[in-house]
Each structure stands twice: as C-alpha cells, then as structure tokens.
Design a protein around this ligand. Sequence first.
Ligand code: ATP
Length: 262
Amino acid sequence: MSGVLEFNDVSYVRNGNHILDGVTWSIQGDERWVVLGPNGAGKTTLLRLATGHDYPTTGTVDILGSRLGRVDVFELRNRLGFASSAQAKRIPLNESVLNTVMTAAYSVEGRWNEQYDDFDIRRAERVLEEWNLGELADRTFGTLSDGEQKRVMIARAVMTDPELLLLDEPAASLDLGARERLLQLLGGYAASPSSPGMIMVTHHVEEIPAGFTHALLINKGQIVAKGALDDVLTTDNLRSTFGLEFELTKSAGRYAARATGN
Ligand SMILES: Nc1ncnc2c1ncn2[C@@H]1O[C@H](COP(=O)(O)OP(=O)(O)OP(=O)(O)O)[C@@H](O)[C@H]1O
C-alpha cells in the first residue's frame, strides 16, 4: 500500500548546512504521527516539504501519490489541511470566525468576492460546533484568545475534509486548561476512523494526544527513531534526541517526561 506521504532519502541543504539529512519516512492514511525534536532540529522544514511549500535538495517527496516537482502544488495543497502559527498571522484580524473557517473552501485567508453556497456555510458551522467554537462564529478573529485562535485554525484546516492533516505546534503557548481541552479535541478527532492521516509537530511528550499511533524523533536534521509510538518513545531515544536523561511515564494514553540528570 503506498502511503499518503513518502520521503525517500531526503536532504535539504541551505548555505552548506544539512537542515534535513537522509530522511526516509512513510505515512499511511490510518496513522497519526507526532514529530518531536529540539529547537532547530528540522521539524518545520519537514512540514514545509510535506505541504509542498518547499522542495528537497536531493531525494524525493511523494504527497498523496504525487511526486513533488512534477505536480501542481496549488491543487495538491487543496487536498491537505495545514495549521500553523505562521498561517494564523495571515488571517485578517477583523475577519469573522465563520468566514475564517469557510474561506478554506477557496484556499483564501480573508473573505472577498467568492460565492459560498449553503453547503459551505453548513459545513463551516458544523466544523465550528465540532471544535467547540459555535458560540464564537460571529466574533472577529483578532478578538479571540490564543487558544481559541489555534482551534479556529485547526477547524479551518479540517473544513475541506483533507486527505492528510498537518499541525505545527498546535498546543504551543496555551495555558494548561486550554492545552488539555485542545488535546481532548485532537484525541477525539484522531480516534475517529473517518479522520485522515495526521502529522503533529510538538516539543513536548505531554502534548501528544491520546489516539496518536506513531512518532518520529529528529535531531540535527537526522531521524533518531521512527515507528509505533510505544517503541519509539523510550528513555534511550529521548536521550539521543534531546541530550538529557529522562524519566518517562505513560498514563491513560498520555506521556510525561522529567529530566533526571544532565
Ligand atoms: N531557508 C533557510 N536557510 C537557512 N537556514 C534555514 C532555512 N530554513 C531553516 N533553516 C535552519 O534550519 C534549522 C531547522 O529549522 P526548522 O525551522 O525546520 O527547525 P524546527 O525543528 O522546526 O525548530 P523549532 O523547534 O525551533 O521551531 C534551523 O537552524 C534554521 O535556522
């Protein structure tokens, strides 16, 4: 079975630096991956390639069965859902929450002259309900809290029923309550058999939602470990990735890590 995303011996080099180095990685549509690694490891670069926002220096990237470099990336991106803080910054602050989500149907960030039909409106309203945003539909994006904005960006990413959903640090900078509410929603979404393949970048094992199945650990552009979550999340692999000794625990499907040495 060919995957929804295939990296084959991918390197990405800038100014002589190997930002990604020999990355081979395959994701199937029923897998939910977390990508973990320290600052500067290459996680965002991985997502930029996986969403067709950049090209590998060497190696190949296949997204939804199409080879990057031989396919119209704008068409391809319509089949992907992607949420990041960089994208959130492009949303006009005076745009309504409903429009912020609905404009994903046209891959635009602010409403202009596009004609939306009842289907688009109903779909956007349903997605807002699913992500606990129904009461905020008429609010403007700029008046939302950080946690609410992050949920709106995820709702926008799933609005078009993507075949692959990519989330870059969706829980970053959230307070404990907002983080836990978001992880519950993400866990529920990940557990649904109708959900697409997912990739979520994070810095913290505590932010891995229950229901995620696989992990990729990366450091200095190279894969440290990849595979089933429980096989990959080990103290040895965390030490190799973050350069510290950790105590790692798992409870009710969630992980926690605490440094034990240096
Ligand atoms: N176009 C570029 N030119 C030069 N260096 C780059 C370029 N893009 C990324 N880098 C560098 O590559 C490294 C990896 O960047 P990337 O943003 O992928 O890391 P990251 O794992 O997402 O980091 P963080 O966790 O801090 O967000 C960083 O050192 C970054 O400065």
